[in-house]
Ligand binder design. Structure first.
Ligand code: ATP
Ligand code: MG
Length: 423
């Protein structure tokens, strides 16, 4: 127990962390390019927020939440998704009273009690964006374009954008009736979960992953045939805007999303390379949510993107993620006096902004060179008794093998010059 992380959790090792830093900074940069600003919300919220915001009938609320009472007997839940907390913050901080639309992005840990498998964890991370106060489909298209731009720029190619409209509560009412009529005689063949969904949230039967349910759902009526004029126009606008943004899509009436508050646009971005957990991004419009949580009626649209699944996809596709550069200078020092000099020079060069390290373990010169090599150093500086006596150190260019001497009295300046000249 002590030395084993809880089931469904994963450490990010130092040798992998650069991948995280890369996708995080790329996402932030692209969001900035599209005019989005970052929002950070706490790791837990009042349980009632998720019950209301995600919906009582959803898998998340039914069985996936980490809910607990704190010592003050408050009923709290670890964030299972990013949208509800952002909506809560939007209302609480009265962002609706500021210039609209409000365009936000986030990067957050999420917790869900699920059966762990590849790409499915109990503690995972989501990047997400939310736009409040804009109801036109050009916004829906913009967030989709943002997601696709991000995936393309990190190097993912084998992607599919699937879009659908799930209508508004009005047109969905009629659709749900027809849907229930369709499934009623087939209930015996549907899986147990879908039998529960039939009463609670029949639309979700459509995206059940069980092969039998999928086969039955193949003949189910399509929501697209039941859209009201407004929803239908909105869907046409979405397609038109995606065309303008040169973003290809597939219309897929089976994209229904798991959350109750979605309306109109629903979409998923799927990687064809990672098997069953292929959805790397899912989102849509949720015009009723802000009001549902107690704010003024405000349209909203957004997406959530699983970071672990994204990194898994990048790895599976052998997509090269730029590795951070190694040390500028490693100082190999032998002898007490030389080590003290190394401490002094290291701190001076670090203050100047260079990436510098020295040997903390009093190893042999050979071992120090090996270490310097491991750390991808551009230069190794050697300081020993000889060098101290001469008043000059040896500087070895680790790529070319070329060696030069620099006067001890002038080290900072000489090294700075080397880096200024581009080495
Ligand atoms: P799924 O159908 O795969 O369970 P979901 O509908 O529950 O997905 P959302 O709630 O829309 O997913 O979450 C957005 C994204 O977060 C997903 O597309 C996926 O990339 C990621 N995600 C969801 N659950 C997990 C998990 N347990 N572990 C890792 N990533 C996850
Ligand atoms: Mg899920």
């Amino acid at each position: 127990m002590l030395t084993q992380a809880p089931r469904g959790t994963k450490d990010v090792m130092p040798f992998d962390a650069y991948k995280w830093q890369y996708v995080e900074s790329k996402f932030a940069e692209i969001c900035g390019r599209f005019g989005y600003e970052e929002i950070r919300t706490p790791g837990f919220e009042h349980t009632v927020l998720f019950k209301r915001g995600v919906g009582e009938g959803t898998d998340i609320v039914q069985k996936e939440m980490y809910t607990f009472k704190d010592n003050g007997k408050r009923d709290l839940t670890l964030k299972p998704e990013g949208t509800s907390p952002v909506v809560r913050a939007f209302i609480e901080n009265k962002l609706y009273a500021m210039t609209q639309p409000t365009k936000l992005y986030y990067n957050t840990p999420c917790y869900r009690y699920e059966r762990p498998q590849a790409g499915r964890l109990r503690a995972f991370h989501q990047f997400g964006i939310e736009v409040f106060g804009a109801k036109d489909a050009s916004t829906d298209a913009e967030i989709i374009h943002l997601g696709m731009t991000f995936f393309k720029e990190v190097g993912l190619k084998n992607l599919e954008l699937r879009i659908n409209s799930i209508g508004c509560p009005e047109c969905r009412k009629k659709y749900i009736e027809v849907l229930k009529e369709y499934y009623a005689p087939k209930l015996g063949d549907l899986c147990g979960t879908c039998n529960e969904r039939y009463e609670r949230n029949p639309v979700r039967i459509i995206d059940c992953k069980s092969p039998i349910c999928q086969e039955i759902s193949a003949g189910a009526p399509s929501i697209l045939d039941y859209l009201c004029d407004e929803c239908s126009d909105h869907f046409e606008e979405l397609k038109r805007n995606l065309d303008l943004m040169k973003t290809e899509y597939i219309i897929d009436p089976n994209i229904v999303r798991g959350l109750d508050y979605y309306s109109k646009t629903a979409f998923e971005i799927i990687s064809r390379d990672i098997g069953a957990q292929g959805t790397v991004c899912g989102g849509g419009r949720y015009d009723g949510l802000v009001e549902e949580i107690g704010g003024p009626a405000t349209p909203g649209v957004g997406f959530g993107l699983g970071v672990e699944r994204l990194i898994l996809t990048l790895e599976k596709n052998n997509i090269e993620i730029p590795k951070p550069e190694g040390l500028d200078v490693f100082i190999a020092a032998m002898g007490k006096e030389a080590v003290e000099k190394a401490v002094e020079i290291t701190s001076e060069l670090r203050t100047m902004g260079l990436k510098v390290d020295f040997d903390h373990l009093k190893r042999s010169l050979k071992a120090q060179f090996k270490y310097s090599d491991k750390k991808d150093s551009l230069y190794t500086m050697v300081i020993g008794d000889n060098e101290l006596q001469k008043g000059a150190v040896t500087l070895k260019n680790m790529k070319s093998g070329e060696q030069s001497e620099i006067a001890l009295s002038n080290i900072a300046e000489d090294i700075a010059n080397k880096f200024d000249e581009g080495m």
